[in-house]
Design a protein around this ligand. Structure first.
Ligand code: COA
Length: 167
């Protein structure tokens, strides 16, 4: 039911097809998993098709070995009128060491917008935090949004100067 599921985790093994030229998982594969987990949560929360509009703060902290057990956890942090701000954490562990603590490899915020059949932004159920942890997560998303405004101003100035034809 829309407006109920605020968290999900994808679990799978990093496959040989995900390898980069250095023998570890390709960064593009990790970004795809982030998008997939975010999409699954955004569509469950909104009950609609949703499109990615922004990914921020992504950093590859640790490499992932092929054959690792990967967990991609998506958590709803904040909703706007049509947007859903989702925090995604990627952890990986060697499945042969069942008691090993999975290591974080990536964290980012990804924003999805729910769209209607005409691909126009559509309203989403409001996320109302119900405990301190959820309030903290929402405050993080709001601070991140503020920081993004500064980044966006820089980005716009750069594009006007170096890629005006793309506007
Ligand atoms: C997503 C899209 C439909 C939004 O259209 P739009 O005309 O920008 O709509 P709006 O200006 O009303 O913005 C809609 C929401 O997106 C949010 N948004 C837009 N740009 C954003 C950005 N860079 N970062 C975060 N949120 C953003 C707005 O804040 C708004 O949220 P709110 O309704 O919760 O306040 C349009 O930008 C689009 O189609 N983008 C391409 C999406 C895509 O192809 N993704 C990759 C494949 S899925």
């Amino acid at each position: 039911m829309p407006g109920t599921q605020r968290e999900l985790t994808l679990r799978f093994l990093a496959e040989p097809a995900d390898v980069n030229y250095g023998g570890k998982v390709f960064g593009g594969a990790v970004m795809k998993w982030i998008d997939q987990a975010g999409y699954a949560l955004a569509s469950a929360w909104s009950g609609r098709y949703a499109v990615t509009v922004y990914v921020g703060g992504i950093q590859f902290e640790n490499p992932i070995a092929i054959g690792s057990l990967v967990e991609v956890r998506a958590r709803l942090l904040h909703t706007g009128t049509t947007s859903m701000h989702i925090g995604v954490d990627v952890h990986a562990a060697d499945p042969r060491a069942a008691d090993a603590t999975p290591r974080r490899t990536t964290h980012c915020i990804i924003v999805f917008v729910a769209v209607d059949d005409a691909r126009q932004p559509a309203t989403v159920p409001v996320f109302v935090p119900t405990d301190d942890e959820q309030r903290e997560l929402q405050a993080y998303a709001l601070r991140f949004m503020d920081l993004r405004r500064g980044v966006e101003a820089e980005r716009r100035a750069f594009l006007q100067r170096f890629d005006p034809a793309g506007e």
